[in-house]
Ligand binder design. Structure first.
Ligand SMILES: Nc1ncnc2c1ncn2[C@@H]1O[C@H](COP(=O)(O)OP(=O)(O)OP(=O)(O)O)[C@@H](O)[C@H]1O
Ligand SMILES: [Mg+2]
Length: 298
């Protein structure tokens, strides 16, 4: 699979603040790549560098294996800030102006309006649009030049559940149409719903990168209780124990790879102890990410 974007130790300092710290990312063609992180974790700054509106302090990145140039940037459509539209012009007219500025073929406009489900409202003035429609027009304007890559920064921010669902459907449709998408979000749920791959940022630092479908996997934790005074000590003797915690009177044994609850049960049984409670759960990546996302910088 062709590499569309790769960053190499990409770093941005604002004075003493390191907004993005030695970031190494790789995005391949056809991926819907999520950049997940709490507020202030450096998502927008990273996208700004990729779009050439923020200068990196150090490190580098390349699009399609080449350093960013005017030529490579033409292959990228982005919705970063709210783009400027003329309130008294229709959605259609706004897109025509947009296409003209970008030197794009206005023939794309009708297809793009279909994609974002604004075809039936295209002749209405921009100022009459709902927030969701404005956001969809912003996506349409990024698509007018038929880019290979679409970059979206928090595309569902501020929208109601209906509006959020619509935007997510549209993102999936654009991906199905063969475009590579890079989107920033602070919502794990959003990334799980629309992305194929993702990176997790915390205070500008990459914490994780990989496919979304791995999120459910993780280490096994066995919760165990037994009527035995030295259960905690005994559990430490079990070869499959990685770490042991006690919570609300229940021991939580983090299992080493390849060990399962039945091994623990057999171990206890051999010691003459019958577990009164035995329950397996996974420490999913999901839980780890929710912990990261709860880590607000400000
Ligand atoms: N122009 C700037 N000048 C100074 N500091 C900045 C500037 N832009 C961003 N920062 C700082 O860089 C850090 C990362 O900010 P950034 O906007 O990239 O985070 P983010 O992940 O997009 O957050 P959010 O989820 O709130 O959009 C923050 O500490 C922020 O205050
Ligand atoms: Mg941001």
């Amino acid at each position: 699979m062709e590499t569309v974007l790769s960053t190499n130790k990409l770093t941005k300092n604002f004075g003493k603040i390191r907004a993005v710290n030695q970031l190494d990312l790789e995005v391949k063609r056809g991926q819907v790549f999520g950049m997940l992180g709490p507020n202030g974790s450096g998502k927008t700054t990273t996208l700004g560098m990729l779009m050439g509106v923020v200068n990196p302090s150090s490190g580098s990145f390349s699009w399609f294996g080449e350093p960013a140039t005017h030529h490579t940037r033409k292959k990228i459509g982005a919705v970063l800030e709210h783009p400027i539209f003329y309130p008294y012009l229709s959605g259609q007219k706004n897109l025509e102006l947009n296409a003209m500025i970008k030197g794009a073929d206005p023939a794309h406009i009708s297809k793009v309006l279909e994609t974002v489900e604004l075809a039936d409202r295209k002749d209405d003035k921009y100022k009459t649009y709902s927030l969701g429609m404005k956001q969809r027009l912003a996506i349409a304007s990024a698509l007018v030049s038929d880019p290979i890559i679409l970059i979206l920064d928090e595309p569902t921010n501020g929208l109601d559940p209906m509006g959020i669902a619509e935007i997510r459907e549209i993102i999936k449709r654009i991906a199905a149409d063969g475009k590579t998408i890079i989107l920033a979000s602070h919502l794990l749920d959003e990334v799980q719903k629309v992305c194929t791959h993702f990176a997790v940022l915390k205070r500008g630092t990459l914490m994780h990168i990989g496919p979304v479908d791995e999120v459910g996997k993780g280490e096994e934790i066995v919760e165990v209780q037994a009527y035995h005074d030295d259960l905690g000590v005994l559990l430490q003797e079990f070869v499959g124990s990685a770490t042991i915690r006690k919570e609300n009177g229940i021991f939580e044994v983090m299992m080493k790879d390849g060990f399962h609850s039945k091994d623990l049960n057999r171990f206890l049984f051999d010691k003459g102890i019958v577990a009164s409670y035995l329950h397996t759960r996974k420490k999913s990546l999901e839980k780890q990410f929710l912990e990261i996302l709860a880590d607000h910088k400000s």
